[in-house]
Design a protein around this ligand. Structure first.
Ligand SMILES: N[C@@H](CCC(=O)N[C@@H](CS)C(=O)NCC(=O)O)C(=O)O
Length: 290
């Protein structure tokens, strides 16, 4: 088991946010960094876990610096984990040519196309590797029997797909402006066409609108989505939240289980995210602390 090196640690809202670094097997032996926020503790508490997955061009610092999540997480007694958005420095030809693909754009999938398969394995990194290395470091007081997940844009896609694929792991999911139907959007076509041997067809495995059809309305889900109607990526049909709503309705989910809200005048930025951040933390607290 790789051991964690502490890069930086800062007190915040009574708790502590720490950046860790380790050699990631899941990402082909590259160094990976992530942040963990742990609320103030007397040492006897293990905190439920809320994962935040950031969007294209972001990294493990974007959420804690700009999201406005820490105060509410501290108040609710919830720990936050902020992974990176892709491997760094894989050296794959072309990985730094386009902000929508490669570095900063891992799409939270396990690549199957030869060129990318060794390093671009963010799903394994998040689902298998990070919980194992964090739990092995016994000083980090997290309770992985209570986990929820949220994210923004590409990270909203990641949160929804990981939630719908791993119903046993997460009790709730929320997203800000998620890429909701990537197999019908240019971002999804670029990502799946590049990372996956089976291209866009294989990408259905990573498409919330496709996955929700496989869950079944009687299973019960807890999903909250907000997007801004002034979001340029929404206008360019990269996000397609309406397709997720239609698929959820068809699969029999009531809007109380899949709540998708258009927020008038808001765009794609962290000004939008931080506005609704408190509501999202409260939403997850309801299930994590039930
Ligand atoms: N670099 C892109 C924009 C990338 C972008 O908007 N990324 C979003 C996620 S999809 C983000 O959160 N950026 C970081 C930020 O706004 O601070 C452009 O030139 O249009």
């Amino acid at each position: 088991m790789a051991s964690l090196e502490t890069v930086q640690s800062n007190k915040s809202f009574g708790g502590v946010i720490t950046k860790y670094k380790f050699e990631s097997k899941a990402l082909g032996g590259l160094n990976a960094q992530f942040n963990v926020f742990v609320p103030e503790s007397d040492g006897s508490t293990k905190f439920p876990v809320l994962w935040y997955l950031a969007g294209l061009t972001c990294n493990e610092d974007t959420g804690p610096w700009k999201g406005g999540f820490l105060r509410d997480a501290a108040d609710a007694g919830i720990a936050l984990i902020f992974p990176d958005t892709s491997p760094r420095g894989a050296g794959v030809q072309g990985e730094d040519d386009d902000w929508q693909f490669g570095t900063g754009a891992g799409f939270y999938l396990n690549a199957t196309a030869d060129k990318w398969a060794k390093n671009y394995r963010m799903r394994a990194h998040i689902i298998e590797e990070l919980p194992a290395v964090i739990q092995a470091a016994t000083s980090i007081p997290l309770d992985f029997t209570r986990q929820s997940i949220f994210g923004h844009s590409m990270g909203g896609l990641g949160a929804l797909t990981l939630y719908l694929k791993h119903r046993d792991l997460f009790v709730s999911c929320s997203a800000f402006a998620p890429i909701s139907n990537p197999t019908n959007a240019p971002w999804g076509h670029t990502a799946f066409g590049g990372y996956l041997k089976g291209g866009v067809d294989e990408g259905k495995e990573y498409d919330p609108t496709e996955l929700i059809k496989t869950v079944g309305g009687d299973a019960g889900v807890h999903i909250l989505v907000d997007y801004g109607d002034a979001d340029n990526f929404y206008k360019q049909k990269q996000l397609l939240p309406e397709n997720l709503v239609a698929a959820a309705e068809k699969a029999g989910f009531p809007t109380s289980q899949v709540t998708v809200r258009a927020q008038p005048g808001y765009d794609h930025s962290y000004y939008f995210i931080s506005t609704f951040a408190p509501e999202h933390i409260k939403f997850h607290a309801k299930f994590l602390k039930a």
